[in-house]
Design a protein around this ligand. Structure first.
Ligand SMILES: *Cc1c(COP(=O)(O)O)cnc(C)c1O
Length: 223
């Protein structure tokens, strides 16, 4: 299958209110350009250095989403051009993004990552930590960031019931957070969930942004 036919097939499963993030990490610029040529504009990367190189080399109307784990000392490299940071998992990181965004004279859109999987290895706030942070921290004073919603990753399993229930719980948390802290804020509207193997379930459960990599570009070569 080619990148073009893969994208066409995925598009046919995505309703118009859901946006596709083409996860291009570990894939070459030529592959990104193939997707670009048939109209894709949102690409997701998970390494700062790789993202910066691709930003330099590729068309400037691409919307770059950072989907990896972000280290504070690298925020400054992506802040000038990134359009959404998916994986913010601490208040400290939010403060640091705010600081760098202020220096760059812009406002950076962020999603708060929630740990919904069984595995210990995945990053993110626990649901309780998230509510505590939003209750006790002065995030609303950080004028150079915009919290646009939540992001999560389901457990790596073939158990579809498990995956669905994790997405359901993230959607319920999203609705709760929206009603408690962002009720008058229409910018808090994104729920980033769903990858190659589970994006259709994620859409059924309320996803607005699906992050699809290997189903578009094939399996990644990590060397
Ligand atoms: C790599 C990655 C994806 C894409 O995974 P695929 O299974 O290849 O679709 C999505 N989200 C995050 C956070 C990732 O790191």
């Amino acid at each position: 299958m080619s990148i073009i036919t893969n994208i066409q097939s995925i598009r046919s499963h995505i309703p118009s209110h859901v946006r596709l993030v083409c996860v291009s990490k570990f894939n070459p610029n030529d592959s990104i350009l193939e997707a670009y040529k048939i109209g894709e504009r949102i690409f997701g990367e998970s390494k700062v250095q790789e993202l910066c190189g691709k930003y330099e080399a590729l068309p400037k109307d691409i919307f770059w989403h950072y989907i990896g784990h972000l280290q504070s000392n690298k925020i400054k490299f992506i802040v000038p051009f990134v359009s959404l940071i998916h994986g913010v998992d601490s208040y400290k990181l939010l403060e640091e993004i705010n600081k760098q965004a202020e220096k760059a004279g812009k406002r950076v859109k962020c999603l708060l990552q929630v740990h919904i999987a069984i595995e210990e290895t995945k990053f993110g706030f626990s649901p309780d930590e998230l509510l505590e942070t939003l209750t006790y921290e002065k995030w609303f004073l950080l004028k150079n960031i915009q919290i646009c919603g939540l992001m999560g990753m389901a457990t790596f399993t073939s158990n579809k019931i498990q995956i669905r229930s994790e997405f359901k719980s993230l959607k319920m948390l999203f609705d709760k957070v929206k009603s408690m802290y962002f009720v008058d804020n229409e910018l808090f509207s994104e729920l980033s969930m769903g990858m190659s193997d589970d994006y259709q379930i994620a859409i059924e459960e309320g996803s607005t942004l699906v992050r699809v990599g290997s189903s578009i570009f094939g399996s990644r070569n990590y060397n």
